[in-house]
Design a protein around this ligand. Structure first.
Ligand SMILES: [Fe+2]
Length: 650
């Protein structure tokens, strides 16, 4: 969804050395170095040649109790042919790599756009690890990650950062920087729009603020999708947040094209080629460039990640996997003509936002979950969003370019969200309510604004839902703001709504949605989700995006108490956890030399050889246990066509 209409379519590095290294690597000297040292504006995104060949940093993701995906990308030197490049990886329990517990070698190949993904096994649950890569005689940044808790393991506290909608062209990633300042998070959850498909200046000012998209064209081909992923990962704030925490990600529409669905997208037409091919290319690039655990099918990213007895995370794909087309404007083949859609199609039981197979996976996983809290990380608003009687709304609201349909009592709704797929919406809510599944927390992005809902099948029916007591609510929904994309009520660049329009919009939302407990339509930022056996609390924090800065503003906090299944206001932001024991500096790198696993037994392992999915293993990864035999661990996914000439040089 886009919300305005101007778019066409053995490391013993001392701290001081690390600091100097960071400044040098960031290309900062003189006044710029002083500014960074003082915590002032950070360097803009740019290719930092000193990081070569690991220009895009390191990342980790999808932690399980005994393994975690580790990622990097080797940029081949100019003139390099398609010969694979051996990449050594190493995992240690300390930031100095004095206690190496796993290491191995994998090939970076042109088939995977020179990205590397390994999945070392045998790690300890709920434990911090440090990792790095070596290739072509150079070392990568040192990354930190953390495994999840083991099934049934008692866990008393999990804290997550929740993000979405990071349009590079619209602002700086200060939200990522503020999350990176924290040191008590177990993971970052991204509910989609990690990047955007538009050409330079196609959505947001782009080059006008020094943040034009690369490549400068709309992503329609594999080389574009790969290039855009690479460009985003040059942003220093995004790179730093990947360096510090494991991420759990899903795509929304802009990883492919605006308002995409299974067989097309609003921002796709026949002149741009075959949609099925374009979709496969975006999914291939996502698989290559994101620290995501392969399922054996690049098109299938819905999955389940447990965090001990406290949290189960169910990740959904409401976008590309099974979604039928959004309802269309009467008598036309388009979702939006700047007007309303009055369509019974929105409640057609044969129209789905996910396939019946995915719906069964999600509902059965929730039913079977032994965890106290069940998080559902997905893209678009699940709750009913009644925008009010459209003729009474400000012109700016009426002209929003997402498909608007009319439902209950003449209210307008977003047909791109679950409101446009009311049979699935009701089925999902009823499954939770009818089976009395406690403590379901839905995590949502997409709308570039902050919302908190009680989840109920009939929010305006007092016999079903009482907005004062919360009776009738079966779950809660937390919507995180955009990292950088223009907010729904944003005045940045003055494009979408005036402040008066934004105020009227928010007032209409509150008046028409008794289940809506919190709304901020204007600001960018992120959510901290604090989870204990007693509560799951969302804290909204806001940033500005016009320039790099260190400002952060606290917004509000809402919590679900255990078994309440509704939201109540929390008096203050949740208390931080104890910080991680060690933190790699922004420029920390492995030392020269070759860290090896130390002698002695490894911690308890999760078992032997693991090959994920129907993977074609390009390079065997050997996990060396201390004093033990090697174990083959993971790695590659099915291969698609290789890169086009020249692309490996970015
Ligand atoms: Fe977005």
């Amino acid at each position: 969804m886009k919300v305005h209409s101007n778019c066409q379519k053995g490391c013993r590095v001392t701290l001081s050395m690390q600091r100097r290294e960071f400044l040098r690597r960031a290309g900062l000297t003189g006044a710029a170095a002083v500014a960074v040292a003082a915590g002032l504006p950070r360097p803009a995104a740019a290719q930092d040649a000193d990081l070569a060949p690991f220009l895009h940093g390191v990342a980790s993701g999808d932690p399980l109790h005994d393994r975690v995906i580790l990622w990097t990308r080797v940029t081949p030197p100019t003139g390099h042919d398609e010969r694979p490049i051996p990449v050594r990886w190493v995992v240690a329990t300390d930031v100095e790599f004095g206690n190496v517990v796993a290491a191995g070698t994998v090939d970076a190949t042109a088939q995977r756009d020179w990205t590397v993904r390994v999945d070392p096994t045998g790690l300890e649950p709920f434990t911090y690890y440090f990792y790095a890569f070596q290739a072509l005689g150079q070392a990568s940044l040192v990354g930190r990650t953390k495994t999840a808790a083991a099934p049934g393991q008692a866990v008393d506290h999990v804290r997550l950062g929740v993000v979405s909608c990071a349009n590079y062209q619209e602002g700086f990633f200060n939200a990522y920087a503020r999350l990176a300042d924290r040191d008590d998070l177990d993971a970052i959850i991204c509910t989609g729009d990690y990047l955007y498909e538009y050409e330079d200046g196609g959505y947001g000012p782009g080059s006008a603020i020094g943040r034009g998209h690369e490549p400068p064209v709309e992503m329609t081909e594999l080389v574009h999708y790969r290039g855009r992923h690479g460009h985003y990962k040059l942003d220093p704030d995004l790179r730093r947040l990947h360096q510090l925490f494991p991420w759990v990600t899903t795509w929304d529409d802009h990883e492919s094209a605006n308002n995409s669905w299974r067989d097309g997208a609003a921002n796709h037409d026949d002149s741009e080629g075959d949609w099925a091919e374009r979709k496969a290319w975006c999914q291939q690039a996502y698989d290559e460039w994101m620290p995501i655990r392969p399922t054996g099918d690049r098109a299938k990213i819905y999955r389940h990640l447990p965090w001990g007895d406290l949290v189960d995370v169910v990740v959904m794909d409401t976008r590309l996997e099974g979604r039928n087309r959004q309802v269309t404007y009467p008598g036309t083949d388009t979702e939006n003509l700047g007007g309303l859609i009055v369509s019974p199609d929105a409640s057609d039981p044969n129209r789905h936002i996910v396939s019946p197979t995915q719906m069964e996976f999600v509902t059965s996983t929730l039913s079977a979950s032994p965890a106290r809290w069940k998080l559902v990380a997905q893209q678009v608003i699940v709750s009913q969003w009644n925008a009010g009687a459209i003729p009474l709304l400000p012109e700016e609201v009426r002209s929003l370019d997402f498909p608007m349909l009319v439902r209950d009592g003449g209210n307008a709704a977003n047909a791109d969200a679950w409101d446009g797929y009311q049979a699935d919406q009701l089925q999902f809510m009823r499954h939770i309510g009818d089976n009395a599944i406690d403590n379901v927390v839905i995590l949502t992005g997409d709308v570039h604004s902050s919302w908190a809902f009680d989840v109920t099948t009939e929010p305006s029916n007092p016999t079903v839902y009482n907005p004062v007591t919360g009776d009738g609510s079966v779950a809660v929904e937390i919507v995180c703001p955009a990292v950088a994309s223009e907010s729904l009520g944003d005045t940045f660049n003055g494009i979408t709504m005036t402040p008066v329009g934004a105020d009227a919009f928010e007032a209409a939302m509150r008046a028409n949605n008794p289940q809506l407990k919190y709304l901020d339509s204007r600001r960018q930022g992120f959510v901290i989700l604090d989870i204990t056996p007693e509560h799951c609390q969302a804290d909204w924090f806001y940033v500005t995006v016009e320039a790099p800065n260190d400002a952060e503003e606290y917004g509000a906090s809402w919590e679900a108490r255990h078994a309440a299944n509704r939201l109540t206001a929390a008096a203050a932001a949740s208390e931080p956890k104890a910080p991680a024991p060690q933190r790699p500096a922004p420029g920390a790198v492995l030392p020269s030399g070759d860290p090896e696993p130390a002698p002695g037994p490894l911690p308890a392992t999760g078992g032997g050889a693991v090959v994920l999915g129907a993977a074609a293993v390009v390079g065997a990864v050997v996990l060396r246990r201390r004093g033990g035999q090697g174990t083959t661990a993971a790695v590659e996914a099915p291969l698609r066509p290789g890169p086009r000439p020249g692309e490996q040089n970015r």
